[in-house]
Design a protein around this ligand. Structure first.
Ligand code: COA
Ligand code: AMP
Length: 641
């Protein structure tokens, strides 16, 4: 890599803000371009921007081929470790190149070319990585859908991305059950208006999927004899992938990431933020269905010539709370990245850290956490057990890589519990009040980032550029609105307090309570409903529902609640972890009819709640308290009336 990551955090940050052109052009030198860009970024009049607009490159070439060309062919690129099957597979860069080039050949023989969308609905198997990189190789746009979503959610993504091809697997493996993917895919395609031409299905030994003649093709048969194809250079601004994430409605947002900015940003981030260098092993314990999986299981470590670990399993129960430390030791992991919820699960099952005490953590240098708030208790526990820096850092699917962190690679060691760190070079954070003016230091408001965003951030929302602007760029002119609220303290550390919209974070997964409400409201017995994110010791938050039944409904409440839980699982998916719903006589509302969700959440969390002057009918509070108490929420600190 070039010397761009040298210098202290303060120096590098200043340079990124004072001389952004030079800064990012220097970072771009760590990427191989077929046409080297001469311009850093073009800003459009509507507030959007394009990074390295005249550059051309191929992301797969940067992740794979160039390392083989540079003599790293024998180095392990990808380690697949399945705690579910006990198997470990290792792929050198040369082997990965061969696999990816042939999967690309297989896809090309079905007509996939530049700009075509390919939907990947696969669990944590190496073939999923081959498929992603093969799309990049062809200049096609992948859209990976997480396996824990239900068919209806998959159908929404099929309709929005309109893929020419679906790459799928017969099943995923969850503790105690085999999740058959193919019936979900079949149902999704039958629900969707758009019909992909073909589905290429990887048959896993744990479950054989029935193939629909004409449409479905067997992966192994198609791959046999597929030619190895080369990389197709694309424009820097051409889309690399679409990743759907929860918006404030039931319609997911198709976040688009480009090729050039993405490659520059991720290549820069490994050494600068994580302090990880070529040849070292990096492990993001996440899923390829999430942004973390895209950036730090697949692209980031491979762009940098590192070894990446892909783990199929859980932090606990596969087989025990020592699973993560076993993987760290077995594969020589230098830096681990996961969600706080995973560490909370380990802490719950092994509070004394006996696995680490007995077997150690090999050469692990640091643990990074993101995806949800890292509570200081969990941070302190992990620091104490591991004896290495434990770093909370913050980002979003939209940003594609961290924007707040303690940049270990820039020599920063100033970890402040309760804060997700200071701005990563290239990001100018501010906290604004409702008048779009900066608040006083230490005061809470909307967390925003000054435009243009650093390279690697979203370029638009798929098919919905207007929605992109209205969602992120219009609330505060000249800024990207993150959707989070928080404060910046006197030393520049940003403290993220929570969302300003109806998004909740469940085990590091982002969900829209509005989306869940839409599903509940469609139940024939439900007149109205509310869903809030209640505090949960393991998952950080879990969704809790309240339903008001239509008058005249005389079916038992318990039965209706069970049906509602089933509906949410079937329509949104198990990932929602929606298990708690209760019937209430009424919902607390303002006189103008707005449901007081923040108040319901505080009651569910057992906080003391005083009646707001704007409440329509004070009896609604008592109704909600007693309904929540029936399912075990809010009883600790709140008296049921
Ligand atoms: N395919 C199908 N179903 C899936 C799935 C997948 N890929 N991933 C999860 N699910 C299911 C689970 O089986 C579970 O179903 P259940 O209700 O029948 O038990 C449900 O979705 C919720 O899953 P999960 O959130 O994983 O909860 P859990 O109780 O099984 O495990 C943790 C709890 C803390 C161990 C787990 O959430 C975890 O490891 N979290 C790490 C989070 C993470 O990696 N976040 C990514 C951002 S960095
Ligand atoms: P996602 O797009 O799924 O990564 O979710 C992004 C959201 O998760 C952010 O807008 C935050 O609300 C939350 N989040 C991510 N990282 C952190 C963190 N370190 N601390 C607090 N919240 C976080």
């Amino acid at each position: 890599m070039s010397g761009f990551e040298t210098g202290s955090y303060a120096e590098v940050y200043r340079r990124s803000i004072d001389q952004p052109e030079e800064f990012w052009m220097e970072a771009a030198r760590a990427v191989d371009w077929t046409v080297t860009p001469t311009r850093t970024a073009d800003a459009e009049p509507d507030g959007t921007w394009h990074w390295f607009p005249d550059g051309r490159l191929n992301s797969c070439y940067n992740a794979v081929d160039r390392h083989v060309a540079a003599g790293r062919g024998a180095q392990i690129a990808l380690i697949h470790d399945s705690a579910m099957t006990g198997a470990v597979q290792r792929f050198s860069y040369a082997h990965l190149l061969d696999e990816v080039a042939r999967v690309a050949g297989m896809m090309a023989s079905h007509g996939v070319g530049v700009g075509d969308r390919v939907l990947i609905y696969m669990p944590m198997v190496p073939e999923a990585v081959f498929a992603m990189l093969a799309c990049a190789r062809l200049g096609a746009v992948h859209s990976v859908v997480f396996g824990g979503f239900a068919a209806a959610e998959l159908a929404k993504r099929i309709d929005d991305a309109a893929p020419v091809l679906v790459m799928a697997a017969s099943c995923g493996l969850e503790p105690g059950r085999v999740v058959a993917y193919k019936p979900l895919l079949d149902e999704a395609i039958s629900l969707a208006t758009h019909k992909p031409r073909h589905c290429i299905v990887l048959q896993r030994p744990q479950c054989h999927a029935a193939l629909k003649p004409g449409r479905d093709l067997d992966w192994a048969e198609q791959l046999a004899g597929a030619p190895a194809v080369g990389c197709v250079a694309v424009a820097s601004g051409d889309p690399l992938y679409i990743l759907y994430t929860s918006g404030t409605t039931g319609i997911p947002k198709g976040v688009v990431h480009d090729n050039g900015g993405h490659a520059v940003a991720l290549t820069w981030s490994l050494p600068a933020i994580y302090g990880v260098h070529p040849g070292e092993t990096f492990w993001a314990a996440s899923d390829i269905g999430w942004a973390v999986g895209h950036s730090y299981i697949v692209y980031g470590p491979l762009f940098c010539g590192c070894t990446t670990v892909m783990y199929e399993g859980k932090p606990v129960g596969t087989p025990d709370a020592g699973a993560f430390w076993r993987v760290v030791r077995d594969h020589g992991v230098s830096v681990l990245f996961t969600a706080p919820t995973a560490i909370r699960a380990v802490k719950r099952d092994d509070p004394a850290g006996s696995h680490v005490a007995r077997d150690g953590i090999g050469g692990l240098r640091a643990l990074f956490l993101a995806g949800e708030r890292a509570d200081p208790d969990t941070l302190s526990w992990a620091e104490h057990i591991l004896g290495v820096p434990v770093i909370d850092h913050w980002w979003q699917t939209e940003l594609g890589w961290p924007a707040l962190a303690t940049c270990l690679g820039l020599g920063d060691r100033t970890i402040r519990h309760g804060s997700a760190g200071r701005p990563v070079p290239g990001n100018r954070f501010e906290v604004l009040g409702p008048d779009s003016q900066p608040v006083q230091v230490g005061e809470a408001g909307d967390i925003v980032i000054r435009l243009p965003l650093a390279p690697g951030a979203l370029t638009t929302l798929w098919q919905r550029p207007d929605h992109f602007r209205s969602s992120y760029l219009e609330a505060h002119q000249g800024y990207y609105t993150t959707g989070d609220a928080g404060i910046i303290d006197a030393d520049g550390y940003v403290h993220v307090m929570g969302r300003i919209d109806d998004i909740i974070n469940v085990a590091g997964h982002r969900l829209s309570t509005g989306g869940i409400e839409q599903i509940i409201a469609a139940h024939p017995d439900v007149a109205e409903c509310a869903v809030v994110g209640a505090a949960d010791a393991l998952k950080g938050m879990v969704p809790v529902g309240l339903a008001v039944l239509k008058s005249g409904v005389d079916r038992p409440d318990d039965l209706i609640c069970r049906e509602i839980v089933e509906r949410v699982r079937n329509e949104l998916g198990p990932v929602a972890a929606f298990k708690s719903v209760t019937v209430t006589q009424q919902l607390p509302k303002t006189r103008s009819g707005k449901v007081l969700r923040a108040m319901i959440r505080r009651i569910a969390d057992g906080e003391d709640v005083t009646l707001p002057a704007t409440i329509d009918d004070p009896k609604a509070m008592a109704a909600v308290r007693s309904a929540l108490a029936k399912i075990g929420y809010g009883i600790a600190a709140t008296q049921v009336q």
